[in-house]
Design a protein around this ligand. Structure first.
Ligand code: PLP
Length: 288
């Protein structure tokens, strides 16, 4: 990692002109790699970026990063930056797009203790950058609003933040989507959010379980009155929330729906329909 380099002239570094995706590896298996590759490729298309690698080559590079790092559970990043122009042109069409990939040990938004007792979240006053300015479907690094929200949450004494959209409804947090459970039905914000792969996994699990899960507006008072709340991210999966601002969720303990989904989510990590062995893709490097 210490030898990786990025040009100080890269538009990714200078202007946040970059997209990325993060997939995780659990016990030697990629989880939902195809969905991450789909989203990465759609983000690049929307930003008019191109790489000299096709999908299989990207997957192989990622697998080799994991293989070389030696991590069996990892957080794997694929990044495409606008790059720099060899002539210092200010025209983005002249920049040569760059690809960066790396594997780190698996990390989580919530630590072990927080996963057991549930997180304390504060709803910040910061408004998420509107989708008409930056398309949230493109996984991006426009995080100043999210980081500001985090500082506000820390000032409040909470552990992480939820920030609102321009209509005052709940949007998302720094690196995660959110779900509210009321009377056994699930809802997650529809507007100003990244369509998270873990959010998609919750939809898929709910459809297997015959539970209702929809995307729609959720106001701050509504989420505080929910029976259960949890957040979702590749960095940690499904993570319970038991307190929002001063409001306690249900009886203050991690709820039954959240527990059931968490357990099923982790079970899917060995299901061949949801996961694939890193070794299958890291074939190039294994060959003499
Ligand atoms: N929202 C934002 C802003 C994110 O950066 C992320 C992940 O990094 C998520 C939501 C969760 O997405 P996923 O479940 O694909 O990790």
């Amino acid at each position: 990692m210490s030898e990786a380099k990025v040009s100080v002239l890269d538009w990714g570094f200078l202007h946040s002109d970059v997209t990325y995706d993060t997939v995780h590896v659990w016990d030697g298996r990629f989880f939902r790699l195809n969905l991450h590759l789909d989203r990465f490729s759609q983000s690049m298309q929307r930003l008019r970026m191109k790489l000299p690698y096709d999908r299989t080559e990207i997957a192989t590079i990622l697998a080799n990063c994991v293989f070389l790092s030696g991590h069996t559970s990892a957080y794997v990043d694929m990044i495409c930056t606008r790059g720099a122009s060899p002539t210092f042109s200010r025209d983005p069409r002249d920049a040569e797009n760059r690809f960066i990939a790396f594997a780190l040990p698996f990390g989580s938004v919530a630590n072990k203790e927080q996963l057991e007792r549930g997180l304390h979240i504060a709803i910040s006053d910061t408004v998420r950058i509107p989708p008409t300015s930056v398309d949230p479907k493109i996984k991006n690094c426009h995080w100043l609003d999210l980081v500001q929200g985090l500082f506000e949450a820390y000032d409040y004494g909470a552990e992480t933040a939820l920030i609102v959209d321009t209509n005052g409804n709940i949007a998302e947090g720094p690196g995660f989507n959110v779900f509210a459970v009321k009377d056994g039905r699930l809802r997650t914000p529809a507007n100003a959010v990244l369509p998270g792969i873990t959010r998609q996994s919750v939809f898929d699990l709910c459809s297997e379980l015959g539970m209702s899960a929809v995307a729609g507006d959720i106001g701050p008072s509504e989420i505080k009155a929910a029976d259960e709340v949890f957040i979702t991210s590749t960095a940690g999966g499904i993570m319970p929330v038991t307190k929002i601002d001063a409001a306690t969720m249900g009886d203050g303990k991690v709820g039954a729906v959240t527990r059931r989904l968490m357990s099923l989510y982790w079970k899917k990590h060995t299901d061949p329909e949801w996961s694939s062995p890193v070794s299958e893709l890291a074939s190039l490097i294994n060959k003499p």
